[in-house]
Ligand binder design. Structure first.
Ligand code: PLP
Length: 407
């Protein structure tokens, strides 16, 4: 049967995190279950953009690099991400995209050893596998892409590096970061973690887990805006041993000395490449500030409750949907995914009913559970509308089969 509508309303009224929803601009009547793809607009981002554009760019112009602290924003915003991932402030920097950061860390790390194998998971997010294959070509490594269950067993004397996505983009399955890192370290290998579906979604303890290298996305759970810059993490003890393959001037020890020779900056700064994108960074900072004053543990507790309600309602009302996300909170992230042979059409029909989730080819419909701005009544209405669409088969309308460039 699942939660009743009245119970959902009561759960929202009793939810101490409910006021956080006011930190976002959420279109009236829309139920947004896609914050795992693109977080909504933080209220503060609007004003902040106006300030950066009109006052800083408009009035202070180039002086803003110093007087408005533009030049330090990659480090300052990295330091704000650090507590969300259980790292120290000087171990995180915001720069480039996740794909580019993967390239930089994999290439830099691969140089530390002459072992031949780079291991990743089959069905990993494709950018990870594409970047890994490029790095393997460049560094003359063998890319071993193996099934999830075989990853740990595959680690051996020949393993140079592992590239793993902590929370799977499709199923939400989560690796045990501490156990895998321990196993890799015992074999003498380094691990690069992609935290794109973990950061701002599940509590992370990179230092405590022994994690040494990671990248993550700014535009999903961090609410940093479309195409927001990404971040990278390098454990302090590795920073001086790694040199970025992209030797841009911003990663130089003294960019304004304009010297011919490349001398990497000390610490995490060496992973900068070109000029930081200030408008994007300012939006990302507003996104990260939406987490102010609330711990990831509290958000995670609400995420678990949202998941259970979603799962229970779908089980009761949409039995044709097969849940592919693990039930156990320790084994998953903060989204819930289902298989349905017409997942694309179903997703489009839901969007027409003001419920935005997303489709992942070939047959998965996915919903992000974001406790900062979602409530139990949202979940109730989303499943109610989905149940009606399935019951009436309204997803069969031809307009729901039309695919745009972005699906
Ligand atoms: C696991 C994972 N890595 C990386 C990305 C995107 O990387 P980029 O910042 O290069 O677009 C995504 C986007 O969905 C993702 O799911």
């Amino acid at each position: 049967m699942g939660l009743t509508h009245a119970e959902a309303v009561a759960a929202d009224a009793a939810d101490p995190l409910r006021p956080l929803r006011a930190r976002f601009h959420l279109p009236a009547g829309l139920i947004y279950l896609d914050g795992n793809s693109l977080g909504p607009l933080p209220q503060a981002a609007d004003l902040r953009q106006q300030k950066v554009v009109r006052e800083e760019w408009g009035e202070s112009l180039i002086r803003s690099w110093n007087v408005h602290g533009w030049i330090d924003s990659p480090q300052r915003i990295g330091a704000k991400i650090a507590p969300l991932i259980g790292a120290r402030p000087h171990e995180v920097i915001v720069t480039d995209s996740t794909s580019v950061n993967l390239f930089k860390l994999l290439t830099a790390a691969a140089r530390l050893s002459d072992r031949p194998a780079l291991i990743s998971e089959s069905g990993n997010f494709h950018t990870d596998l594409h970047i890994a294959s490029g790095v393997a070509d460049l560094m003359r490594l063998r890319l071993d892409v193996v099934a999830r269950q075989e990853v740990e067993a595959r680690i051996g004397d020949d393993t140079n590096l592992l590239l793993l996505t902590h929370v799977h983009y499709k199923t939400a399955e989560r690796f045990d970061m501490e156990a895998v890192t321990r196993r890799a370290k015992a074999a003498g290998a380094l691990t690069v973690w992609d935290l794109s579906h973990s950061v701002g979604a599940v509590p992370l303890h990179l230092n405590e887990s022994g994690a040494e290298l990671a990248v993550g996305c700014g535009y999903k759970y961090l609410n940093g805006g479309p195409g927001a810059p990404a971040f990278l993490y390098v454990a302090e003890h590795l920073q001086e041993r790694l040199v970025s393959p992209l030797r841009g001037w911003m990663g130089h020890a003294a960019p304004f000395d304009f010297t011919d020779d490349y001398v990497p900056a000390r610490g995490i700064d060496r992973f900068l490449a070109g000029t930081p994108p200030i408008l994007g960074l300012a939006a990302l900072e507003s996104g990260i500030d939406t987490f102010d004053g609330v711990s990831m543990e509290r958000l995670w507790a609400k995420s678990i409750a949202l998941f259970d309600v979603f799962h229970g309602l779908v089980e009761a009302r949409c039995p044709e949907l097969i849940c592919i996300s693990p039930r156990g909170p320790d084994q998953r992230g903060s989204h819930i995914s289902f298989r349905h042979p017409h997942a694309f059409e179903l997703c489009q029909a839901l969007i027409a009913e003001q419920v935005i989730g997303d489709f992942r080819a070939p047959d998965v419909i996915r919903f992000g559970l974001t406790p900062l701005y979602l409530g139990f009544e949202d979940i109730w209405h989303a499943v109610d509308r989905m149940a009606r669409i399935l019951e009436t088969e309204s997803w069969r309308e031809p307009r729901f089969a039309v695919r745009g460039k972005v699906t």
